[in-house]
Write a protein that binds this ligand. Structure first.
Ligand code: HAM
Length: 422
């Protein structure tokens, strides 16, 4: 038996790849409307970057990274997400010094996490994400959420839920953290091994534990909302009122915590409520990360962003039965009969293509009937037939498939004729 694709990865074949191209195009289009510019960073980074940013107590860093040592003995990691690299690049390239601030960036590219594969969860997946750095104006929080929702809505999704929370600033988080430790500590031995470790390293993550989610202490755990200082509360209120004024629906979930350490203030996820979407209902997630740039050696910089995987987006489109308007047809298929015609065909085809037409012909020495069938399969708008007789008369027969109209055109005029028809 030959080789098989690695677990948790996918081949995206013609027939499906058009959907990817379509949603990528839509994402780029919406980014350009919101004035976000594309950034492309390497697929691997120094491992240390992710330890510092994503956080060394997170599942991503502890269990999911593809880390390797290169031939120069450096520890490198395939990026598990895009925020760390984007902020690293922002700092390294001093983008904060550019006149136009905030710096608004987007990326589309593969990310890698060693997770247990299932529908909607892969080891290589493509994230589309945006990052806005340099502003702590709450209206940019609303902008980031609006952009994410626009991508889904404009592609035709309806069963969407924007779930919003605040994690507060450093001071609020510290107060909440202390309250969480005091809450769980007396009975921590009733929790799983991971939660026991999390108690001191990252107690907020206990709230996100799948194994212990039904424990009665989970329901009574202190909420961040009771520990917000005035500044954090006001910030959250403004984010909410801005969303409301923009007409964007949301629900507040005080238990929403994100799986990465760099967040503060705004945190959000967009969920799919479509039936049959499967066990994983989160389509995208994001939030504010003031302090991350500083953490990795840059100037104090507020930032906010989100990321969605295109895999989950496409699953949601399937679950809601959305058919993307993908047009995949040729302008012209050239049917060729006879030896002289066969010799002439490549130069005619080349002419059509140079003129910008999507055109093809047979290369498998097919009989005429099979060539017409092949033309049919390509949904060609025009089928041009070139036989030795036509060639001898300097003409080519051109059939417009929708109307069925057929006419003979002079060979030297065929390109212009087809251009006029399309
Ligand atoms: P995240 O919640 O870890 O956040 O991932 C964001 C999105 O990436 C998820 O909602 C999901 O759509 C997709 N995703 C994550 N893991 C997988 C997987 N194994 N298979 C398929 N899709 C997956 C981040 O990555 C942050 N960097 C988001 C962000 C940007 N926050 C601020 N800026």
């Amino acid at each position: 038996m030959g080789y098989q694709i690695p677990r948790g990865t996918q081949d995206i074949l013609p027939g499906t790849v058009e959907k990817w191209q379509y949603v990528e195009k839509k994402a780029r289009e919406i980014c350009s409307r919101y004035n976000y510019k594309e950034i492309r960073t390497p697929i691997f980074e120094h491992t240390e970057l992710f330890l510092r940013s994503v956080g060394d107590t997170t599942d991503i860093v502890q269990k999911e990274m593809y880390t390797f040592t290169d031939r120069g003995e450096r520890s490198l990691t395939l990026r598990p997400e895009g925020t760390a690299s984007t902020v690293r690049s922002y700092v390294e390239n001093k983008l904060f010094g550019l006149p136009q601030q905030p710096t608004k960036l987007y990326y589309i590219g593969p990310m890698f996490r060693y997770e247990r594969p299932q529908a909607g969860r892969y080891r290589q997946f493509v994230q589309f994400g945006i990052e806005a750095m340099g502003s702590d104006d709450p209206s940019i929080d609303a902008e980031v959420m609006a952009l994410a929702m626009d991508v889904y809505k404009e592609l035709g999704l309806k069963r969407l839920r924007l779930v919003l929370n605040t994690l507060g600033d450093k001071e609020s988080r510290k107060a909440h953290r202390d309250a969480l430790v005091a809450h769980f500590e007396p009975r921590i031995d009733e929790f799983c091994h991971d939660c026991q470790n999390r108690l001191q390293t990252n107690p907020l993550r206990i709230l996100d534990c799948k194994k212990d989610r039904d424990h009665d202490l989970m329901k009574t755990a202190p909420s961040i909302h009771d520990y917000l200082n005035d500044e954090s509360r006001n910030y959250f209120e403004t984010v909410k009122s801005t969303l409301t004024a923009m007409g964007i629906d949301y629900v507040i979930d005080p238990t929403l915590v994100r799986g990465l350490d760099y967040y503060n203030h705004t945190a959000f996820e967009i969920m799919s409520d479509a039936e049959g979407f499967g066990a994983i209902t989160t389509l995208s997630g994001g939030g504010r990360y003031n302090g991350l740039a500083e953490e990795i050696g840059g100037p104090a910089t507020p930032g906010i962003g989100f990321a969605m995987s295109l895999e989950r987006l496409l699953l949601a489109l399937d679950a809601e039965g959305v058919k993307l308007p993908i047009e995949d047809s040729l302008d012209c298929y050239l049917v060729v009969m006879g030896e002289s015609a066969k010799e002439k065909a490549p130069s005619i085809l080349y002419q059509l293509r140079k003129a910008g037409l999507k055109a093809d012909k047979d290369y498998m020495d097919k009989k005429m009937k099979a060539q017409f069938k092949a033309a049919d399969r390509t949904n060609a708008k025009i089928v041009a037939v070139l036989g030795d007789d036509e060639l001898a008369n300097g003409v080519i027969s051109v059939k417009e498939m929708e109307s069925g109209n057929q006419t003979e055109v002079k060979l030297e005029e065929v390109t212009q004729y087809i251009l006029n028809q399309i």
